[in-house]
Design a protein around this ligand. Sequence first.
Ligand code: FAD
Length: 560
Amino acid sequence: MMEDARSIPLGTEIKGDVCIIGGGAAGITVAMELANRGRKVILLSGGSRRERAEDRDLYRGSTLPISAQPAHEPLDENRRRVWGGTTSVWGGRCVPLDEIDFSARSHVPFSGWPLTFDELRPYLVRANRVCEAGAFAYSAAEALPDRPPEMIAGFDGLDLVTNRIERWSPPTRFGRRYEAMLKAAPTVRVLMGAHALHIQLDQDGGRRVAHIRAATRPGHTFEVKASTYVLACGGLENPRLLLASNDVDGNGIGNQHGNVGRYYMSHLVGVLGEVTLEVPTSAFTFDFERDAASVYCRRRFWVTPEAQARLGIGNAIAFLLRPSIGDPGHRNAVYSATHLAKTYVDAFRRRSLRAGIDWLRQQEEPLREHWRVLARGAPAAAPRLARLARRRWLSQRRLPIVLGSADTRRFALFFQTEHAPNPDSRVALGSTRDAFGMPRLQVNIAFGDLDIETVVRFHTLLADRLVQTDIGRLHWDPLEARHRLRDQLDNFNSHGHHLGTTRMATRPEDGVVDRNGRVHNVANLYVAGASVFPTGGHANPTLTLVALAIRLADHLAGEM
Ligand SMILES: Cc1cc2nc3c(=O)[nH]c(=O)nc-3n(C[C@H](O)[C@H](O)[C@H](O)COP(=O)(O)OP(=O)(O)OC[C@H]3O[C@@H](n4cnc5c(N)ncnc54)[C@H](O)[C@@H]3O)c2cc1C
């Protein structure tokens, strides 16, 4: 049942078996899995079907460095306080963590999960279905049996391989996609527009949650009581609620050892060089391929676990991308059309109409030039543009990226690498408050030498291998790359990957939740989402967090 929470009278007490806080990928997945087993679920969505300015404002916080650490994008930019959460804008790239990500690595401090890949595997298979990403097949040999196993013939060796793929969800908008299912579930109540303000522990030792205080607008509060509670508000909001609920324990919930909000991780992503390939286009795969179920798949370079250990670096991948399309000097109508579409969509996604218009004004001249390129090239490129527009914007399963042609054989090398866990990288409560009186967040993300070395040594390895195999060249300057990387980290963009802030660990001294996602020392409070990841590998987080959410639902159903 879906219900507008504004109709709940002030002071009401609502009861269920499980109260889920958050209506994003994690919260909706737990709710669906429990609904299938007939559990009485109350879900507080935190937002409505459309994101309202006042809801978005609840996500604002401070990103000013509190020490000599890098800054971070505004906190309301890469997440959505809305039904469906951030999946309302996600790209849909699905890729599981690798086996090595779960093990304790001597060269990556604080690494190691209290779970193995094999334990998570059955849930990843199910998560693939929830994300509509097809079969759980992430090697080219399995997913694309009629295609060459390598991305570039003759490239793969002991240190680097190109025989792995990533898969793309349509992308699934969890709110829209699963609303009918939740509406039809007789034991589920989704309270649309209900925000959790406080997790109330019992006064008798604080070992159990007694209730959640929630509201739809300031002053209009009600309570939700359940046997079990699941916090699923995203990687930044989960620690915020735990820290702000500090009436029984002044440190907040689960924070006896000061771990809540620490170990905040994301990924390092970007372009530091270009690859030219000296082999014919028939010898490599650049574009997306589709598997038997028409799911878009893409190849990538991956550094093997053996090479990671030998070089003492974190996990890393890279893929070939079209050259930069922002500079209209390419005179290519398809690229200009893609750039214009991307720019206007990005402007629309800014914090406000005003911010979007200001952002567009800053780029007035290049945008005008892109329009000119498009006008000149449109007649010749029209059939291709129409085909791309249909695949990219009008298909149910949309083309993830417009890549352009492989014929130039010159590509940007886009990397995505691990951000190693670091207790000094953290989110904490700031000194200002939101409209409900909740303390806003203060984020202080930190990077170490290992993070930089992972990127640089990975690029060096790639450059050497391209030369060794006579396949091509990586055009980059290692010294300049280090400077550019430092600059990039000083103006960091998380791309919505918010990991590690309530990390999973066997001992309460080392983390916030146990291997089942339960907050240490609180009997009936669980956390779902990427905040529980002890490490984040190179992989985009959603598939794994959905797998963990399914595993959590199975665990709760078993416990009940
Ligand atoms: C532009 C963009 C592209 C992305 N692309 C990818 C991609 O290709 N692949 C990938 O794996 N990931 C991607 N991501 C990240 C992905 O969107 C997140 O990993 C995922 O949405 C996290 O799911 P979640 O349920 O933990 O949090 P969210 O989806 O953010 O959901 C949190 C929910 O909690 C609710 N909430 C918050 N606070 C409260 C409160 N106090 N009370 C009640 N409810 C509350 C919110 O309203 C929301 O419904 C992308 C992110 C962005 C921004």
